[in-house]
Design a protein around this ligand. Structure first.
Ligand code: NAD
Ligand code: DAU
Length: 370
């Protein structure tokens, strides 16, 4: 039986991980620590809390003493650190917030683990797993080989730089203090419970509400999309099979330009409205409800400053060593994701009717058409 602290468990990937882990390992003790920033949403894990499958604690990973006490009180020997500021555009507005949580917060969490676990953490099977990103490697030219675990770090945004700094700290705590750590660097996730600021949920919800789909620049930037359930499975393999000290790249092996991915989402929304006439009454402002194709809402806007052109992840190491392969094809994953947002209107209405609406208006009023 494992006893896990899941930080950031009320966010997108953390919540998916909690659902995945509690179903796959019902005998384990799971404690979620989450500060419930704008991106955290208790509704995403409420059924697990209500069923007694996990304990939720509201708190900041930067509260060193409090986290140390929580680890000791609950005898938690595994930490999965999802907690972070995660949106590149917000890191361009307020980099300091990213350094506070992603760098200093991670460092405080490492200190808490060191104190609570003591010198023989490795022998006792403790594990600090740090969830990181492929953005630490920077941007690839069109023909450059995909990022491997030995690609030099070259972060380009304050977000990516803060995640790179955290990765270095995690390594340094392993090297200097013998803390048993693993790190994973993952590509772009999509799926249920994703906060609507990110490209795919933003497009799905804008489509339903008849708003334009803002494509930065020429829309030919490439991302390596991975369904979040595949990411959770990869994390499970790392937590259960990896030796400490290892780093793992995780990708979906799908490299499509943003315009193509958004076009697919448009077609899936059109198809859903065609198959289910009741949707037009629920979403009367959407393009298909008004007799237009969803693609007519695509609009090119000013590019993101410093926008990375291409990410691609070489998942060879995790495939060979732990047997991981992404199981969800992109189109099938997008189809179930569109369906999930159609079926969970109460979840996203709670978000888009709050302060997110003002942030969105500020953010996208500056993004004039190109
Ligand atoms: P998210 O923004 O949806 O969720 C982040 C969660 O962390 C929220 O619940 C928030 O309340 C919580 N949080 C923020 N600051 C905190 C603090 N100081 N203390 C405690 N909790 C805090 O993020 P996500 O997309 O789920 O990403 C999770 C992790 O995975 C992040 O570390 C991110 O860098 C990494 N990652 C994300 C992706 C992706 O595509 N979304 C890809 C690779 C790696
Ligand atoms: O690569 C992993 C990273 O993926 C994670 O570490 C980050 O936490 C996560 O946010 C994501 O970063 P991106 O910047 O790639 O994701 P985002 O959804 O913001 O943007 C995806 C692509 O779509 C990117 O090329 C920018 C573009 N985009 C985004 C938005 C929000 C648009 O064209 N228009 C938009 O409105």
């Amino acid at each position: 039986m494992r006893r896990l602290l899941v930080t950031g468990g009320a966010g997108f990937i953390g919540a998916n991980f909690c659902h995945y882990w509690c179903a796959a390992h019902p005998g384990d003790r799971v404690v979620v620590l989450d500060a419930l920033t704008y991106a955290g949403n208790l509704a995403s894990i409420a059924p697990l809390i209500d069923a007694g499958a996990l304990r939720f604690v509201r708190g900041d990973i930067g509260e060193r003493e409090r986290v140390t006490a929580l680890l000791a009180e609950e005898s938690l020997g595994t930490i999965v650190n999802f907690a972070a500021e995660s949106h590149v555009d917000r890191s361009l507005e307020d980099p300091a917030r990213f350094l506070r949580t992603n760098v200093l917060g991670t460092q405080a969490l490492l200190d808490a683990a060191r104190t609570a676990w003591g010198q023989d953490a490795g022998q006792r099977g403790c594990r600090f797993h740090h969830v990181s990103t492929d953005e630490v490697y920077g941007s690839l030219a069109p023909t450059q080989a995909a990022f491997s675990e030995s690609t030099p770090y070259s972060p380009n945004s304050p977000y990516a730089a803060s995640k790179a700094a955290a990765d270095h700290l995690v390594r340094a705590y392993a090297h200097s203090f013998g803390l048993p750590v693993t790190i994973s660097n993952c590509s772009n996730n999509y799926g249920p419970f994703q906060f609507p600021e990110k490209l795919l949920p933003l497009c799905i919800l804008n489509l339903l509400e008849g708003r334009r789909l803002p494509i930065y620049g020429d829309g030919l930037q490439i991302r390596d999309w991975l369904h979040v359930s595949d990411h959770c499975r990869a994390l499970e393999l790392i937590l259960t099979k990896s030796a400490p000290g290892e780093t793992w790249n995780i990708g979906g092996s799908t490299q499509d330009p943003n315009l193509v991915v958004v076009g697919t989402v448009c077609d899936l929304v059109d198809a859903a409205f065609a198959a289910e006439p009741a949707l037009a009454a629920r979403f009367p402002r959407s393009a298909p409800a008004q007799g237009r194709s969803a693609r007519t809402l695509i609009e090119h806007v000013r590019d993101r400053p410093g926008h990375d052109r291409r990410y691609a992840v070489d998942s060879g190491k995790i495939a060979r060593s732990l047997g991981f392969r992404a199981a969800t094809a992109l189109r099938a994953g997008l189809e179930t994701t569109v369906r999930w947002y159609l079926d969970h209107e109460a979840w996203w209405r709670g978000i888009v009717s709050g302060e997110y609406r003002q942030w969105y208006a500020r953010q996208y009023s500056q993004a004039e058409r190109t």
